[in-house]
Design a protein around this ligand. Structure first.
Ligand code: PLP
Length: 395
């Protein structure tokens, strides 16, 4: 039998052991974590909507009107009018013909990839794609060919020497680096090589583009150029669930084929109602995106001046590169001693030797919150003199 206890111990020794904190109360920057007040810079609640009272009020009313449970899968009797209306609203929001409401982004990626690629087909996947995409590729039983991160030349030559049905899949905004995929180039290459392009815009929807329409809008791409778009609700939209948008034909195909859509209970209709409200707020509250951009800009300027190594990201995902697992944990701990919650991200979530702090911003952070983060990071600079923290410049 496998020695599970020894495996856990080995993880601890490698600085890879993962620990959960228990949060009380609503999700917002001022968190109560394990009974301790901490100012958080690590959630994906980019627009600060997760505890917005307009959403909770609409959801409470919808609970009274529609009850709580989803009761069955969509194809039995769980497909509620609220789900259906949300899908129509998502189609308008994304500019695609139609959309389908999935329970989570993880399930959307599993379902969409395994529906559109199978045995004998090839899926081309960016090396830094999210774990749910990697798992979707595995589940599909297609041949999987990872391509070097954002390397469109490499992808083009791989596509050129592969016959048969081809699916290319990429994050819109990379979740651990914060950079945006070269979508315009990808769309062109896919068209040239007759490959289907799928973009998972979990971190772009609500954050980028005019009125928060996402990475495609940000880069001026049409729905035809990106035939399959996945987005999630648990991040900028502040609710829960996910969607795939595309042509009516593609969505119809998913209803028939996507096993993570077919074989699961429909989400509570109240959640669909709240998500519709959130879509309205996302589009009307442009100030949330401009405030967010201002926070990011100031953070980048001041933190690089301190000598920390940032990554080329202009999104609310602002990794501070550290290097070793131990150093990333040490910096995270030093920040926590000053009342800040910034998690260390370690392998296998990121490549070995690229452990980092993943700082994320939310529109609900104030300038004073940012002051506190900057002060704390400034105080941590002496850590830079310990040799194992590789990338910190002169202090
Ligand atoms: C968070 C995330 C998902 C998963 O979405 P959930 O709704 O949380 O399951 C999928 N793709 C990317 C890129 C993500 O960051």
């Amino acid at each position: 039998m496998r020695d599970i206890a020894a495996e856990l111990e080995a993880r601890r020794e490698a600085g890879l052991y993962r620990h959960r904190r228990t949060i009380d109360g609503p999700q917002r920057p001022a968190l109560n974590a394990d009974g301790k007040p901490l100012l958080s810079f690590c959630s994906n609640d980019y627009l600060g909507l997760a505890s917005d009272s307009r959403l909770t009020e609409v959801a409470a009313r919808a609970l009274t009107d529609h009850g709580l449970g989803g009761a069955s899968s969509h194809l039995i009797c769980g497909h509620h009018r609220a789900h259906h209306e949300l899908e129509k609203k998502l189609a308008v929001f994304t500019g695609h013909e139609d959309a389908l409401f999935f329970s989570t982004g993880y399930m959307a990626n599993l379902g969409v990839i395994s529906a559109f690629a199978g045995k004998g087909d090839t899926v081309f996947s960016d090396a830094l794609n999210h774990a749910s995409i990697i798992d979707g590729c595995r589940l599909s039983r297609a041949t999987v060919r990872p391509y070097p991160h954002a390397d469109t030349d490499a992808l083009a030559s791989m596509l050129a020497d592969t016959p048969g049905h081809k699916l290319v899949v990429t994050d819109g905004v990379f979740s651990m680096d914060g950079d945006i995929a070269p979508l315009r180039e990808l769309a062109r290459i896919c068209k040239d090589h007759n490959a289907l392009l799928m973009v998972d815009d979990a971190h772009g929807i609500g954050v980028l583009g005019e009125h928060g329409r996402g990475s495609l809008a940000h880069l001026g791409l049409s729905p035809e150029e990106v035939p399959l778009l996945v987005g999630t609700f648990g991040k900028a939209l502040g609710t829960s669930g996910a969607f795939c948008a595309g042509s009516g034909l593609h969505m119809d195909y998913l209803v028939q084929k996507a096993r993570t859509y077919i074989y699961t209970t429909a989400m509570p209709p109240a959640l669909a109602v709240a998500t519709m409200k959130s879509l309205d707020i996302v589009q009307s509250d442009d100030w949330r995106r401009s405030h967010l951009a201002a926070l990011v800009q100031r953070f980048r300027a001041e933190v690089s001046a301190m000598g920390y190594e940032l990554m080329p990201s202009n999104t609310p995902i602002q990794p501070v590169l550290v290097g070793s697992n131990e150093s990333a944990l040490a910096l995270s701990r030093a920040l926590e001693e000053q009342g800040l919650l910034v998690t260390a991200i370690r392998p296998p979530t990121v490549p070995a030797g690229e452990a980092r702090l993943r700082v994320t911003f939310s529109a609900s952070h104030s300038e004073q919150d940012l002051d506190r983060l900057l002060d704390a990071l400034s105080n941590c600079r002496p850590l830079a003199s310990t040799p194992e923290i590789r990338s910190f410049a002169a202090v």
